[in-house]
Design a protein around this ligand. Structure first.
Ligand SMILES: *[C@@H]1O[C@H](CO)[C@@H](O)[C@H](O)[C@H]1NC(C)=O
Ligand SMILES: *[C@@H]1O[C@H](CO)[C@@H](O)[C@H](O)[C@H]1NC(C)=O
Ligand SMILES: *[C@@H]1O[C@H](CO)[C@@H](O)[C@H](O)[C@H]1NC(C)=O
Ligand SMILES: *[C@@H]1O[C@H](CO)[C@@H](O)[C@H](O)[C@H]1NC(C)=O
Ligand SMILES: *[C@@H]1O[C@H](CO)[C@@H](O)[C@H](O)[C@H]1NC(C)=O
Ligand SMILES: *[C@@H]1O[C@H](CO)[C@@H](O)[C@H](O)[C@H]1NC(C)=O
Ligand SMILES: *[C@@H]1O[C@H](CO)[C@@H](O)[C@H](O)[C@H]1NC(C)=O
Ligand SMILES: *[C@@H]1O[C@H](CO)[C@@H](O)[C@H](O)[C@H]1NC(C)=O
Ligand SMILES: *[C@@H]1O[C@H](CO)[C@@H](O)[C@H](O)[C@H]1NC(C)=O
Ligand SMILES: *[C@@H]1O[C@H](CO)[C@@H](O)[C@H](O)[C@H]1NC(C)=O
Length: 404
């Protein structure tokens, strides 16, 4: 009986090691096929290091699991490799991490990669991949991070992808040639933390469903010149994103007002809506205690700067409202924006005297007040010891330069 158990155990062991060697062999074959489809390896990374004599687990950029010896990570970023991705890579069925960004890969992402069911991270950014974004990406159940940025992907964003990838946290597709509407189905990628769709050619409106992505911390949608927002422009639902830290939608043909809910996202550190056609007035600063950068340049904003602008903005460093149709005076409580390093109000219709209180902004390095209707004497703030750039041109200053 003991003997029988022993031989049974032995046969399991043999079977296992057979399966093990077979799989390891197919990993090796997959990597050799991958190497063979590289047509340029200027730093001789693969040609010298990926030697037939050594275990693939010792090859540069390759990591293996300790228990099973299977390839779990392929990290070949920034080696200037050129060529296509061999479909054989799909045989690396234990792969969890694939990073080949900053190379010169061309062609499409082969369908066989859909066999990589354990893949958590796929970063193929900064290459020259083309074709449509494959829908099979949506069948990778463990995928948490997908970066396809800075390639030549075409067509629309496959919103259906979000039906099956509930774990995805990072989705970066900026710098491609995508077009069409941003799919409202995006909200089904419920765990998204970073969404980057900027520098494409998306059109239509920003789907209000984005406001349901409650884990979002970074949202980049700018430089999409197809945007022609019919109602609302920036959907007020974005104000529901209570973890949002970065909101950047520059140069996207946005119209309409800035919803006041946006100025109520207490987690925001960076807000940029420049180079659009946003109108109306600057909303009341409801609750932006962490905001460090605010850029609203080059829009059609009218009216006054809110009086209480600096009341609860302890961290603000850059405040930029140039090229709008703003008027009135600089609020006296500007000094409460105590960490201000850059203030830009140029190309507006501001008037009145420069408030003496500006002299308390001891960290200011850049001050742009040109092309407005400021009047009175030109102030020289002796207290602004860090000041490097000061523009006061095209105003209505008179009389002497006064030292403040
Ligand atoms: C390949 O590179 C790795 C890591 O730099 C090194 O440990 C290994 O010895 C190299 N193998 C060969 C054959 O050059
Ligand atoms: C690799 O193996 C070949 C023969 O299979 C041998 O000629 C060569 O010297 C070996 N290279 C190293 C670095 O061991
Ligand atoms: C991948 O390689 C790059 C550069 O060689 C390195 O900075 C990065 O930490 C590596 N990533 C992993 C997961 O090993
Ligand atoms: C690996 O993948 C290629 C192409 O996708 C296929 O032809 C091959 O049979 C696969 N299996 C092994 C064990 O290499
Ligand atoms: C895009 O990728 C190229 C190389 O592939 C790189 O030189 C360039 O800096 C990248 N651009 C951005 C914006 O990442
Ligand atoms: C961007 O989309 C518009 C239509 O929305 C089209 O006319 C234009 O050619 C596209 N540009 C590029 C670079 O694809
Ligand atoms: C989201 O925002 C809209 C408009 O700002 C609001 O009417 C709605 O109640 C919010 N939804 C949630 C779940 O907070
Ligand atoms: C906005 O986008 C258009 C079209 O791509 C471009 O020509 C223009 O330079 C961009 N404006 C800014 C300020 O970047
Ligand atoms: C600001 O947010 C608070 C709570 O998050 C909410 O009660 C209030 O209605 C919001 N105000 C505006 C103007 O969105
Ligand atoms: C600028 O403001 C002055 C009064 O301060 C007003 O007379 C003038 O019409 C305004 N110009 C524009 C372009 O709004």
């Amino acid at each position: 009986m003991a003997n029988l158990t022993f031989s049974f155990a032995l046969s399991i062991l043999l079977l296992n090691s057979y399966a093990f060697s077979l799989n390891s062999v197919s990993d090796r074959n997959a990597l050799i096929s991958f190497k063979n489809s590289i047509i340029s390896d200027p730093h001789a990374i693969l040609s010298t290091n990926w030697s037939q004599n050594t275990s693939v687990c010792d090859w540069i950029g390759v990591s293996c699991g300790l228990k099973h010896g299977r390839v779990t990570a392929l990290n070949l970023s920034r080696y200037d490799l050129a060529g296509t991705v061999a479909p054989h890579l799909g045989n690396l069925t234990f792969l969890r991490y694939l990073d080949i960004r900053f190379n010169r890969f061309t062609g499409i992402l082969p369908f066989q990669l859909s066999k990589l069911h354990r893949l958590k991270v796929m970063n193929v950014g900064a290459n020259a991949f083309t074709g449509e974004i494959p829908t099979w990406l949506g069948s990778l159940p463990q995928l948490e991070e997908l970066s396809l940025s800075n390639n030549s992907f075409l067509g629309s964003f496959p919103g259906a992808m979000c039906n099956n990838t509930p774990n995805i946290k990072i989705l970066a597709i900026s710098w491609n040639q995508l077009e069409g509407q941003i799919s409202p189905n995006i909200w089904k990628c419920t765990h998204l933390e970073k969404l980057s769709l900027s520098f494409n050619n998306f059109s239509g409106n920003i789907p209000r469903e984005i406001g349901r992505l409650s884990f979002l911390t970074k949202l980049y949608l700018g430089y999409n010149n197809g945007f022609r927002v019919i109602v609302g422009g920036v959907p007020p639902e974005i104000g529901n994103l209570s973890r949002l830290e970065i909101l950047s939608i520059d140069n996207a043909s946005l119209t309409g007002i800035i919803p006041s809910s946006i100025f109520n996202i207490s987690s925001l550190t960076y807000l940029s809506l420049s180079y659009n056609s946003l109108s109306g007035s600057i909303p009341t600063f409801h609750n932006l205690p962490k905001l460090e950068n605010l850029y609203l340049d080059d829009n059609k904003l009218k009216g006054l700067l809110p009086d209480d602008m600096c009341n609860n903005m302890h961290r603000i460093k850059d405040l930029s409202f140039s090229s709008n149709q703003l008027e009135g005076q600089i609020p006296r409580n500007i000094w409460k924006c105590a960490h201000l390093e850059m203030l830009s109000l140029s190309f507006n219709n501001f008037s009145g005297y420069i408030p003496r209180e500006m002299g308390r902004l001891g960290l200011l390095t850049e001050l742009y007040l040109g092309y407005n209707g400021f009047q009175g004497s030109i102030p020289i703030f002796q207290t602004l010891s860090q000041l490097e750039e000061l523009y006061l041109n095209y105003n209505k200053f008179t009389g002497n330069i006064i030292k403040l």
